[in-house]
Design a protein around this ligand. Structure first.
Ligand SMILES: [Ca+2]
Ligand SMILES: [Ca+2]
Length: 194
């Protein structure tokens, strides 16, 4: 028991001295029924108009929705018109710089259907980091993506799914500090979408 405690402390210290990047690749929103939070159709005619916004929470990852940021500070991630199940293929990342501690991450995503006449809640997603802080890879080159899996969601977990992959790796300290919530097209250059 004592040895285990010492070991965990040593590992946590090692991680605290590194800069780490966590990345989520959002692959697709799967909503074949074209529904909002209460099971009703997004629209009477046509398909959903999904709008996704969110942020990667590494401070209070296990806290209840929406975590430490209010909804008004969520960053735009994806917008689509007249499509129930859009392909997303975007990476949302966050850097944890030297001095901050990384244990878990939670990409929190708010999804709505947006119309001229108003906005309907679609669902609220929480996408947890995969593996523990011990699984942080040495570099981007050695950081393979996790298998694809669904985020947890509040309203329609059986009918609406947001799919993602995750990875975490060490970065040089000088590269740390990319804006929180910055995202990019998978395979493309970084840029803040908001
Ligand atoms: Ca609607
Ligand atoms: Ca709509």
């Amino acid at each position: 028991m004592a040895l285990r405690t010492v070991l965990v402390c040593a590992l946590a210290t090692a991680i605290a001295g590194e800069s780490i990047r966590v990345e989520y690749k959002l692959t697709k929103l799967d909503n074949p029924g074209g529904i909002i939070y209460n099971g009703k159709k997004c629209d009477m005619t046509g398909k959903c108009d999904p709008r996704l916004s969110g942020y990667v929470d590494t401070e209070k990852a296990l806290n209840t929705w929406p975590g430490p940021k209010p909804l008004s500070q969520f960053t735009k991630i994806h917008e689509d018109d007249d499509v129930d199940s859009p392909s997303i293929q975007k990476i949302v990342s966050r850097d944890i710089c030297v001095g901050s501690t990384y244990t878990k991450a939670n990409l929190r995503v708010d999804a709505v259907d947006k119309d001229l006449t108003g906005t309907d809640q679609m669902d609220q997603f929480e996408c947890m980091s995969v593996g523990s802080f011990r699984d942080v890879k040495q570099s981007e080159q050695s950081a393979t993506w996790s298998t694809e899996r669904p985020c947890a969601n509040k309203f329609q977990p059986d009918k609406v799914k947001l799919m993602y992959q995750f990875r975490a790796y060490k970065i040089p300290e000088r590269e740390c500090g990319r804006p929180v919530g910055s995202s990019k097209k998978a395979g493309g250059g970084y840029g803040t979408l908001a």
